[in-house]
Design a protein around this ligand. Sequence first.
Ligand SMILES: NC(=O)c1ccc[n+]([C@@H]2O[C@H](COP(=O)([O-])OP(=O)(O)OC[C@H]3O[C@@H](n4cnc5c(N)ncnc54)[C@H](O)[C@@H]3O)[C@@H](O)[C@H]2O)c1
Length: 346
Amino acid sequence: MTAPQSNPHPVRVAMFSAQPYDRRFFEEARAAGGPGRGDIAIDYHDTALDIGTAVLAQGCGAVCVFVNDVLDAAVLERLHGGGVRAILLRCAGFNNVDLAALARLGMFAARVPAYSPEAVAEHALAMILTLNRHTHRAFNRVREGNFALDGLLGFTLHGKTAGIVGTGKIGLATARILRGFGCRVLGYDPYPSPAFEALGSMVPLDELLELSDIVSLHCPLTEATRHLVSHATLGRMKAGAMLVNTSRGALVDTAAVIEALKSRRLGALAIDVYEQESALFFRDHSSDIIADDVFGRLTSFPNVLITGHQGFFTVEALREIAAITFDNLACWRSGGACANMLPSPD
Ligand SMILES: NC(=O)c1ccc[n+]([C@@H]2O[C@H](COP(=O)([O-])OP(=O)(O)OC[C@H]3O[C@@H](n4cnc5c(N)ncnc54)[C@H](O)[C@@H]3O)[C@@H](O)[C@H]2O)c1
């Protein structure tokens, strides 16, 4: 990406997909003070960014976006035409950004590469424990006076093998917690991970799939990882294993996973992310008729647990996201070096 441009003037930022908690943590971070936080106006829009809503950023110097905002070439061009020169991602993943268009337009773009990896790792563990010991079902049963244990049978996590696909920050944090539970951990990553070697063994993906009782995905979504979990990879997994995805929905071919659940080859599925989540997540649809039949099928399985992309959702992580986003903005405005800029296109 291009170097930051010096911009000492007051700046207006259009924040898309802004939820009440975003406003709360960004306003708290602004009130706490820090470089360049005083002369910024933030327009909070609850709508997502796409080609139809990009006009809301007209006259703003920067936009602040989240995981399901669309930043393809057409949207970036429209933003650029309206005066936007900086893209501030308040998330780690940037699979929703067209890097080539960004470079062509010479726009600044920075993300929050790490904000409490433990927050996401702990959520992965919450999902594993809930799904395995059925605490979500027990909670409802007990409230109805039903103390029968039938259907709540789990397995002892101690001594099981957990496979971590992607041994970066969140994968490592997840491996550390699983080690604490007495699991043997295996890791797969195309890049060497010496830190992981202290916790477990790095193995080829096929070996990890064959040996793991739990497979947890912690790699980014790229063209190489799209549908990493497919008919073929599901076929290599240990029969009855649990699959956990807290990374990005499109790592998993949902149709293939539904087939594997129906054939009982896949034992259980925990997902915090879903390939078509942008139409559903972060909104209250409890009074709507949900048209997504694939999602509807997923919710019908007793051995599927779904949360709505909340892995990041802790006080500590939201504080960190707001603080680092303001730092990234200050970097752009000062023209200084910014360690969090998105990489150049391949
Ligand atoms: N659910 C949530 O709320 C939430 C929050 C933050 C991040 N995430 C997701 O978690 C992912 C991981 O985050 P992180 O901070 O650990 O990132 P990271 O960059 O520290 O680690 C990602 C690792 O994946 C590895 N990798 C790349 N290609 C791979 C492949 N083909 N197979 C296996 N591994 C591969 C990389 O080498 C790296 O070690 C992010 O990309 C994001 O999609 C989800």
